[in-house]
Structures are given as structure tokens and as C-alpha cells.
Design a protein around this ligand. Structure first.
Ligand code: GAP
Length: 469
């Protein structure tokens, strides 16, 4: 059962060190969030799984790490300067600003709101009697285009010439490096370039925890192909399946809480000939988790060739006379949204036999922040030193992330490890150190399984083998 509400997850994330409100000691900064020690581990694991799945395990893919700051002409060429905007409306009474389409979504639905033309937004707000969420008035301005790109200045002079944008997507870093990658990496079509990194959008209405923020992380692939040799519809379907399988098989999100949604023609981004999103059933409704795939055609490379004046043609190695601009499929995932969905999906409340409720994060072990916790039963010195010895052994002989926890009763520690999703706990007791046979044979420990709560007694000798995934 996914988390009953976003609030219960927000509270667990703060309480247990997954995600904290940003700049909290200064009263915060609206809609910014910091990943705490456990959140950072979880997010890193999601990124590593993605990199391993799509870059390391595929001969046709390479990685990239491009700059956040790019020549502003990049964003002219990509169409972001002219087209990357949302419909902004002001409440005439309280002067608060909102995204017109988002105000309409609960009334007319996500699809219908997404395809509204700018001049239709005000009419619809009036027709649907949409009230200002802040003051309740129903008096809206006409909608204006609000460009979402953050601007800043490079260097010491703050004039127009020094103006740069913070990238609103990582994708363009891949397009501008296309030629260098072809020239240096012996890549033959079809091939892909993947990149993980921060992106920034000055969202009009951020919110719903980390779902919509102004600074976020993307994991994007541009998969280049020859449209004469590869049928785009087939490739499109293949990427849909691969994206779906990443969410379900790798991240472990229950397929029941996911759906694919094709974009309506009018809803497509300026560069896309077809886009299918993967949506997750968040507590606030279905929301985009990732673009499973978008068919960007040759739009971006063509544009960059035109604006930069550089030749970005690919030479067909089998027919060197044939030069052309490849087409591209783009699966684009939001790391923060995947982390949020994984946490919501893992959140489970279980009634125990003794009547108590246990909250357990049933995260897939591959993304759980801690692999194993070592828990000495008491603070007695020889028990602690045996447990420390074991901690060193597990850390040295495996790649596992190990927690050593001596704070509070054993029951409290189990509860804490359940709430942070640790798949296995190892208890070192008086049996382990040969002081109480009733607890177990000397040099054996108990392994407790997070999901089944089953306890197994194993010898320290075979422990490492048992812990390895
Ligand atoms: N290069 C294509 C592109 O950027 P997008 O659908 O605008 O496509 C891709 O963004 C993914 O980035 C989304 O599916 C979402 O997961 C994530 N994303 C976009 N805006 C976001 C925001 N404001 N906060 C958090 N994640 C966001």
C-alpha cells in the first residue's frame, strides 16, 4: 500500500534523515529541499542503477557530463527562448500569480488543460468560475507567456551581453557535443548518449514536496538513429518498454501505480513528433514521472547546425558519400520524481500480532540507503567490541553500506531500520560471544529480514555469503 498521504511521507523523510526543508535554520526557502544522509544514498543508488542499466550494460551507449552554463545561443537554437513558457495569470485582488492551466486541471482534466491556447485560459477560468486559491476572488488577468528559464550573469559585468541561462534540461548538452562524441568515440548509428545532472526551471507553481521544484535533477538519453534504416515507431515502442521496465524491475515501483500516457497532438513540445509519459499515481493524483520517450526527430541537431553554422552531419560509414542529420529518441527521467515515487510506493503500514502498527519502507534492496544494520543487543563492552569487529569484517569484505546502531532498545532500533528500509538487520547477542547458549551458539548471529520479519541464526563464518545480493 503506498503512503496514505504526502504529509505522512514528508514527516517520515524529515524524521529519518531522507529529505529536509532547504535552508531551514533561516526559515527555509520556499519549495527547496535538501537530501539528508539517507536521501543522498537513495538518490545516488537510483542514479547508479540508471547509469549501469543504460550506459555500462549497453555497447551502443556512452555517458556525458556537460556544463550547466552554456552559450545563450544554445537556447535560441533549441527553441527555449521563444517557446519554453507557461500561461501566467494574476489574481487582480490579491496579486498572487498562478499557472492558468494548473488552476483549470481539477475542473477540466490534465489533458484538456495542457492543450489550451494562451488566449483561451482567461475565458476558461471565468467560465469554470475558478476562484483564487489564496483569497477566493474570481477576477483574473489575461494569461501571459512566462518563460521558465532562470537568467543570471557570467563574470563581473551584469549587462545583457553577460547574461546566461541555467539549463532547463540536460538534453542540449548532449546535442552540442554530438559531433565531438562521434569524432572521438567511434560510435556508429544507432547509438545513445546519456547524462545525469541538474536542471533549473522558474516554475510558476512549484509544490507537492519534491514533485515540482525549481532546481531538480534529470537523467536523459538522446538515442540517435538513421531514419532510413530504423523505423521510428518500432524504436519508440522499444524505448517505452525499456523505460517501463526501469521503473518496475529496477526501481521496484508497483506496475499497478503506473500508467503510460500519450501526449495529445496539441500538447506536444515544440520539438516532438510523439511523446509518451510514464505517470505515477501520487497521493495528489496521476503525475508525470518521466517522459518514457519523445521522438525529437532531427529538430535539435538541425537547429544547432543552422544557428552555430557548424556542419553536424553524420557520415554513413557504409556509404561515405551519404551525409545526413540523424534523428533522435529521447527518454527523459526526473531523478527527484523517481525517488519520490519509490518512497511513496515503498511506504507500508502493517498491523502486527501484538496490535502495534509498524511503518516499513519496502524499498527494493538495490536502492535502499543502507544494506545492513549491525545491532549489538546491549551496550555491554564485550558485546559492542564483537559487533564492531563484525562491522569491520562486513565493510572490508563486501561493498555493502553498513549501519552500526547502539541507540535505544533493540525494538526501537528494529523500528528505525524498518522505517528507513534496511533489508537486513544483524543482531549480536550474548550467544554470539559465548555467554548465553539459550540465545544461540557461540560465533553465530541473527539475521532479521525486513519484509517477512523472519529471523535466521547463521554462523559468522557464513555471514558474508548470506549477505551478498
Ligand atoms: N528534455 C526533455 C524534458 O526536459 P520534460 O518532460 O520537460 O522533458 C523530463 O522533463 C522530466 O524531468 C519530467 O518527466 C520530470 O520527471 C522531470 N521534471 C521536469 N520538471 C520538473 C520540476 N519542475 N521538478 C522536478 N522534476 C521535473
Amino acid at each position: 500500500m503506498p503512503a496514505p498521504s504526502l504529509d505522512s511521507l514528508v514527516s517520515l523523510c524529515k524524521r529519518r534523515g531522507f529529505i529536509f526543508p532547504g535552508s531551514e535554520i533561516y526559515g527555509g526557502l520556499a519549495n527547496t529541499w535538501d537530501y539528508g544522509p539517507l536521501g543522498a544514498e537513495l538518490k545516488n543508488r537510483v542514479k547508479s542503477l540508471w547509469w549501469e542499466t543504460f550506459i555500462h550494460k549497453r555497447p551502443d551507449m556512452v555517458g556525458l557530463d556537460a556544463s550547466i552554463l552554456m552559450n545563450p545561443k544554445v537556447w535560441v537554437a533549441s527553441g527555449h527562448v521563444s517557446s519554453f513558457s507557461d500561461p501566467l495569470v494574476d489574481c487582480k485582488k490579491c496579486r498572487q500569480r498562478f499557472r492558468g492551466d494548473k488552476l483549470l486541471e481539477p475542473k477540466i482534466g490534465v489533458e484538456a488543460a495542457a492543450i489550451l491556447k494562451l488566449d483561451q485560459v482567461h475565458k476558461m477560468l471565468t467560465a469554470e468560475k475558478i476562484a483564487c486559491p489564496n483569497c477566493g476572488a474570481r477576477d483574473w488577468t489575461e494569461a501571459k507567456k512566462f518563460n521558465l528559464m532562470f537568467k543570471t550573469h557570467q563574470g563581473v559585468v551584469e549587462d545583457e551581453a553577460a547574461m546566461v541561462y541555467l539549463r532547463p534540461e540536460t538534453a542540449q548538452g548532449i546535442f552540442v557535443n554530438f559531433k565531438s562524441i562521434v569524432d572521438t568515440m567511434r560510435m556508429r548509428l544507432p547509438f545513445g548518449v546519456g547524462q545525469i545532472g541538474k536542471a533549473f526551471r522558474n516554475e510558476i507553481t512549484p509544490g507537492n514536496f519534491t514533485f515540482r521544484t525549481r532546481e531538480f535533477e534529470q537523467m536523459e538519453i538522446e538515442y540517435f538513429f538513421d531514419p532510413e534504416r530504423t523505423e521510428w515507431k518500432k524504436l519508440f515502442e522499444e524505448w517505452k518498454k525499456m523505460s517501463w521496465s526501469f521503473m518496475t524491475d529496477k526501481i521496484g515501483i508497483d506496475a499497478k501505480n503506473l500508467r503510460l500516457r500519450d501526449h495529445e497532438k496539441d500538447e506536444l513540445s515544440h520539438y516532438s513528433k510523439g511523446t509518451t509519459d510514464i505517470e505515477y499515481q501520487f497521493p495528489f493524483g496521476w503525475g508525470e514521472l518521466a517522459a518514457a520517450v519523445a521522438y525529437r526527430t532531427d529538430f535539435d541537431l538541425m537547429q544547432h547546425e543552422k544557428v552555430s553554422g557548424q556542419d553536424l552531419n553524420y557520415t554513413d560509414p557504409d556509404d561515405p558519400g551519404r551525409k545526413f542529420i540523424p534523428h533522435v529518441m529521447e527518454p527523459s527521467y526526473g531523478t527527484d520524481r523517481i525517488v519520490l515515487a519509490a518512497l511513496l510506493d515503498a511506504y507500508t503500514e502493517e498491523k502486527l500480532e501484538n496490535g502495534e502498527t509498524r511503518v516499513v519502507m519496502k524499498l527494493k534492496p538495490e536502492i535502499a540507503p543502507i544494506d545492513v544494520a549491525i545491532l549489538p543487543l546491549s551496550k555491554k563492552e564485550n558485546l559492542i567490541s564483537k559487533a564492531q569487529e563484525l562491522y569491520k569484517k562486513v565493510v572490508q569484505e563486501t561493498n555493502l553500506v553498513v549501519d552500526f546502531d547502539i541507540t535505544g532498545s533493540i525494538g526501537k532500533r528494529y523500528r528505525r531500520q524498518d522505517e528507513i528500509g534496511t533489508p537486513k538487520c544483524i543482531t549480536v547477542d550474548f550467544g554470539t560471544i559465548g555467554e548465553d547458549e539459550k540465545q544461540g551458539v557461540k560465533d553465530t548471529v541473527t539475521i532479521r529480514d525486513r519484509n517477512s520479519l523472519k529471523q535466521e541464526r547463521v554462523s559468522i563464518h557464513e555471514l558474508i555469503q548470506k549477505l551478498r545480493p
